[in-house]
Write a protein that binds this ligand. Sequence first.
Ligand SMILES: [Zn+2]
Length: 265
Amino acid sequence: MTQFIHPSRKFSLQPSSASGKKVLTDGIAEEHQGFDCYEEFLSTFLERGYRFCFFPELSEPFFELVLRHDIDFDTHLALRMATKEKELGVRSTFFFLIRSPMYNVLDPQDYENIQLIREMGHVISLHFDPTLYVDFEQGLRIEVDMFKSIFQTDIHIVSLHRPSTFFQQHDAPIAGIEHTYQSRYFRQVKYISDSTGVWRYGHPFKTQEFLTGKSMHVLIHPIWWMLEGRTNLDKLRCYYRQRVDALKANFSENCIPFRQLNGHL
Ligand SMILES: [Zn+2]
């Protein structure tokens, strides 16, 4: 049996019977564990002695942590996450899509949410999907110019949306702009990601790098932390219902005949 001492809790890990996966004593599989309290997650890094910094500041081999958020779904959840970080004195970088089917940075509420995140002291930048372009360098230039114009900000680094192996191994800047998969950020420090809502390579606090204080690049998606639910699927279910309700409210507000349908859908 392995034991991991957490500042506020002690977890006992035991091998599960059928799958061979480890399960915690309260029945939650190890890969889902620890997504329930974001403040506790951040505090554990602070208590370990990590200093949160922005990408261009990352320079030391130990005790620096660059916290990154790729916003794939929702600026409201991003704002909630930014607020919790500010309360802890934590700084991070939020990357937003400007050609997303899930949100619209020009929507007044999304625009305001992003501005509020920046006013809290976080960095905002572009989350770029290279698959939307035949010439991804030209596409990046176009989107960077749009983002700079919309938010009146400079862009020093971008993150790539669902990067293929080609982009994960692309060590040079793209169109002269740094990206988060360059070696400096992706291979020379420990990289941790909560993509898909599970810890696919084990819990970060049990890695050798955390235990020795190695500098880290941590990618966190708000959707896995800001919603109710024990597992990633529970959270997606919860989020989907919220979006359907919001869509119905928007239809009702913008289309009088729809109000006769609302309640029957
Ligand atoms: Zn993405």
